[in-house]
Design a protein around this ligand. Structure first.
Ligand code: ADP
Length: 414
């Protein structure tokens, strides 16, 4: 059995290609690597878990804590550009790297603004961008403090949001009355918006300042898991609202750029090499309320669940766009080729342990259906394990195909 073949551990690098260092090893990183392969991308990831979705296919894997200053510095040593596919990373390390002339996309200042949801709200207010009315809860964990602010906002129902650390609905708590259980962490209160639809627009900006938006999508939430269940492009709203949503997303990214410029002019006095450039993929989540107003809910400074459909239904996917931006290549077209619906594939409510995928064959028999499995080594109840996208000539048919495929697939534990 031995001696007939030579097993080679492959390593392939192209000198002219920028080496990207990505903080985070999840599915967003994985899909970025998958999409960037045709351009001979070299992408290393820092991830706390081994194995991890992105780590399994990255050129190099650094196993370490995303909040560890030195771990971020180690990743930076071997890479030309740094970015992140999750907000919960060591921002100070990224800032110090920028001060030594390194390129971080989007800049650490922008990440710092976004990662604290209250700073985000303040920034949107300064820019005159409409959001749900809100007030800070000055004393974390104190019911009196919360009730005072609740009253100042006109009473319940309200939504309490943790300033930091939230993700996929964690850190967000709907308070229907003064008796509701609240989060004992630094937070703010928001008026509960009477939501007609949840929308999102992905906006991409390259280092030269070129900026483009994708068509607005509609997001449907799963109340059991409090996370995004499915996404439809285009959103079923009229043309004027589409334009308005896309205009708001552009305004958000321009506002971030303006704030960065102001901050930059202060820092460069002390740190002459600090020259961050506003660029990146930004997801702007929106509420369409029952009166027809559009409000900005929140911003993500990275590819986003609401943009997964773009892999199959737009000329350039959000992930390819991300890679182009990181590498200094020009933006691609954000034009939609055909309607599509994406459905997140979550672990079953009782699944726990090694995953097993049931019904893949049946789902793939449906025309226009594409499957993306993230390679997570463990399934848990409602954990995002993959997604499917159905493309079709009409929105109606995309929904039909996606719903049909969804019924076929279950992710259980062995
Ligand atoms: P996360 O960062 O965890 O996604 P979000 O701020 O997007 O948190 O909130 C999660 C969900 O909670 C939203 O998609 C929406 O369904 C609901 N929600 C958040 N804020 C409000 C609000 N002010 N009014 C009504 N619903 C809200």
């Amino acid at each position: 059995m031995s001696g007939r073949t030579k097993k080679i551990r492959q390593k392939f690098e192209v000198n002219s290609v920028k080496r990207i260092g990505l903080l985070g090893g999840g599915q967003l990183g994985r899909m970025t690597i998958e999409e960037a392969r045709p351009l001979l991308a070299h992408i290393s990831v820092l991830t706390p878990d081994y194995p991890s979705p992105a780590g399994l296919i990255a050129d190099e894997v650094y196993v370490g804590d995303l909040d560890d200053y030195n771990a971020v510095m180690e990743l930076a040593e071997d890479t030309d550009v740094l970015s992140y596919e999750i907000e919960h990373v060591n921002t100070a390390a990224l800032h110090d790297l920028e001060c030594s002339g390194r390129n971080v996309i989007p800049p650490s200042f922008v990440l710092g603004l976004i990662k604290d949801k209250m700073l985000q709200k303040k920034m949107l207010d300064r820019a005159g961008i409409p959001t749900a009315a809100w007030r800070e809860v000055p004393e974390a964990g104190m019911i009196d403090s919360l009730l005072r602010e609740a009253e100042a906002l006109g009473g319940f129902p309200l939504v309490q949001k943790a300033r930091r650390g939230g993700y996929d609905g964690r850190g967000v708590c709907v308070l229907d009355s003064a008796e509701a259980e609240f989060l004992p962490v630094p937070s703010f209160l928001e008026k509960k918006v009477p939501i007609q639809k949840e929308l999102a627009v992905i906006c991409v900006m390259d280092a030269s300042g070129s900026v483009r938006t994708y068509p607005c999508v509609e997001m449907v939430f799963d109340p059991r898991a409090n996370l995004c269940d499915s996404v439809l492009m285009p959103a079923r709203i009229d043309e004027a609202l589409m334009k308005k949503a896309e205009g708001l997303a552009l305004a958000v990214v321009e506002a971030l750029k303006t704030e960065l410029a102001d901050y930059c002019s202060q820092v460069t006095k002390k740190e002459p090499r600090y020259a961050p450039v506003m660029a990146g993929v930004f997801a702007v989540e929106l509420f369409l309320d029952t009166s027809g107003n559009i409000l900005v809910n929140e911003i993500a400074p990275r590819p986003h669940n609401s943009g997964h459909v773009t892999i199959e239904n737009c000329v350039t996917s959000q992930f390819m766009q991300y890679y182009r931006i990181l590498s200094g290549y020009p933006l691609g077209s954000t034009e939609m080729v055909c309607p599509a619906m994406m459905v997140n594939l979550l672990g079953e409510a009782d699944a726990s342990g090694e995953p097993s995928y049931v019904g893949i064959e049946e789902a793939l028999k449906i025309p226009g259906v594409f499957l993306h499995l993230y390679g997570k080594s463990e399934v848990r109840p409602f954990r995002k394990m993959g997604h499917l996208t159905a493309i079709a000539p009409t929105v109606h048919e995309a929904i039909r195909r996606a719903e049909l495929a969804r019924e076929k697939i279950r992710i259980v534990s062995l």
